[in-house]
Design a protein around this ligand. Structure first.
Ligand SMILES: Cc1cc2nc3c(=O)[nH]c(=O)nc-3n(C[C@H](O)[C@H](O)[C@H](O)COP(=O)(O)OP(=O)(O)OC[C@H]3O[C@@H](n4cnc5c(N)ncnc54)[C@H](O)[C@@H]3O)c2cc1C
Length: 372
């Protein structure tokens, strides 16, 4: 009998998993709460690492599609101090895909969506609860009153996963506040800012705060401001005046990024405890942010996609024994994620430390770059 696999959440992790399973003839359906692919803007750029995100895309048979959409030049990064002095300027080799090429998150999601047949995704299905069925498998209840069932259930439903509590109590801690803004049409309307940011990422690092910007494929600039979680309530950062106050005394060439941008979108950055794990439960597991939410320093999407590739490989290798496959995936994933989550927490703390500029230069000159 075919094992029916349900995946809750059609983000990068869930879609990668569905693609690899379908490509290998397994029965997988993604239940996604959004009603269509265009419902929500997908956010900034991601750099995909060879050993994780790019490896997963290779397993998905999508390397060519990735290379045609990715921008190796987006790997260029500049780190400035609050006076606008350049501390580091890294320029990659032109057209070199061996590093960590950048891709807009929306383009990557489209690549995965376009690779799946229409019946692999059930849009507008917001999972409310899952309950075990007496003979094995799960009953899924959706917010609109609908139901479905499956033999194996994978939670790929992100930071506020509905399925996580069925496996583990992993309280979220509030680690930083991130405010995002967009400078539209930068080349034409703000050529000085386009030049400041360059083709990739810019980080302006001062005591206990960061002003960053990245160039998107459509020519806009995605600006980010990170501060300590305890600095002020998140809602206070919905106002540009409050943001500019944070950067009093900084070089105006840098704060011009805030002046030129549209409305601020503040959000909490949260994390699950590092080293978290859970005892295996038949027919159920988690991937990506649902399994391990980390500060955004360049690993979350890469690890979500690698989780997908590793879980898929084990399910494909043992189609008759999904529980052995899941248990093996979980043990390997816990061992892999522990050190990465610790490193991500260290980088996040370093980038908001009182000596962030010096610490960041020291870090960049000894380890590969994080991404924003
Ligand atoms: C500002 C920022 C910058 C980042 N930059 C990087 C970077 O450069 N590199 C990197 O590797 N990572 C980065 N990350 C982290 C990365 O975005 C996440 O780790 C990654 O998106 C996790 O993928 P996922 O599939 O697990 O979850 P998500 O991408 O969150 O997808 C979850 C999906 O589940 C759906 N969903 C949620 N609840 C339900 C429900 N109840 N029922 C049905 N569907 C549901 C959602 O609509 C969504 O489509 C960044 C994060 C942030 C916040």
């Amino acid at each position: 009998m075919t094992t029916r696999i349900a995946i809750a959440g059609g983000g990068l992790g869930g879609l990668t998993l569905a693609r690899i399973l379908r490509r290998n003839g397994l029965d997988a359906v993604v239940y996604e709460r959004e009603t269509n692919r265009a419902q929500r803007r997908q956010g900034g750029m991601l750099d995909l690492h060879a050993e994780s995100g790019q490896h997963a895309l290779a397993e998905a048979g999508l390397t060519e599609g990735f290379q045609s959409r990715a921008r190796p030049e987006g790997e260029e990064h500049r780190i400035l101090d609050s006076d606008g002095r350049t501390l580091i300027h890294h320029v990659p080799e032109p057209g070199d895909f061996s590093g960590r090429p950048e891709i807009d998150r929306g383009d990557l999601r489209d690549l995965l969506l376009d690779s799946l047949p229409g019946d692999a995704i059930a849009w507008g299905h917001r999972l409310a609860a899952a309950t075990p069925r007496p003979g094995g498998g799960w009953d899924l209840a959706f917010h609109d009153g609908g139901h479905a069932d499956c033999d194996v259930l994978v939670g790929a439903d992100g930071a506020r996963s509905v399925l996580r509590p069925l496996l583990a109590e992993l309280p979220l801690s509030y680690v930083a506040t991130l405010v995002q803004l967009t400078v539209a049409d930068a080349d034409r309307r703000h050529p000085d800012l386009a030049e400041l940011v360059g083709p990739g990422n810019l980080w302006c690092v001062g005591p206990s705060r960061i002003l960053s910007a990245q160039r998107m494929g459509d020519g806009s600039l995605r600006v980010g401001i990170s501060v300590h979680a305890e600095d002020r309530p998140v809602a206070d950062f919905g106002d540009k005046r409050a943001l500019l106050e944070l950067f009093e005394g900084w070089n105006p060439r840098l704060t011009a990024l805030i002046d030129a941008a549209g409305e601020p979108e503040p959000r909490r950055i949260e994390a699950t405890p590092t080293g978290a794990r859970w005892p295996h439960r038949p027919g159920l597991t988690l991937i990506g942010d649902a399994a391990h939410l980390m500060p955004p320093v360049g690993e979350g999407a890469n690890q979500a996609m690698l989780d997908a590739a590793e879980l898929a490989a084990r399910l494909v290798a043992a189609p008759g024994d999904p529980d052995a496959a899941i248990a093996a995936y979980e043990e390997a994933m816990f061992a892999r994620i522990g050190p990465i989550a610790q490193m991500s927490a260290r980088i996040q703390a370093m980038m908001l430390s009182p000596t962030a500029a010096e610490d960041t230069v020291a870090f960049f000159t000894r380890e590969p770059a994080p991404a924003g």
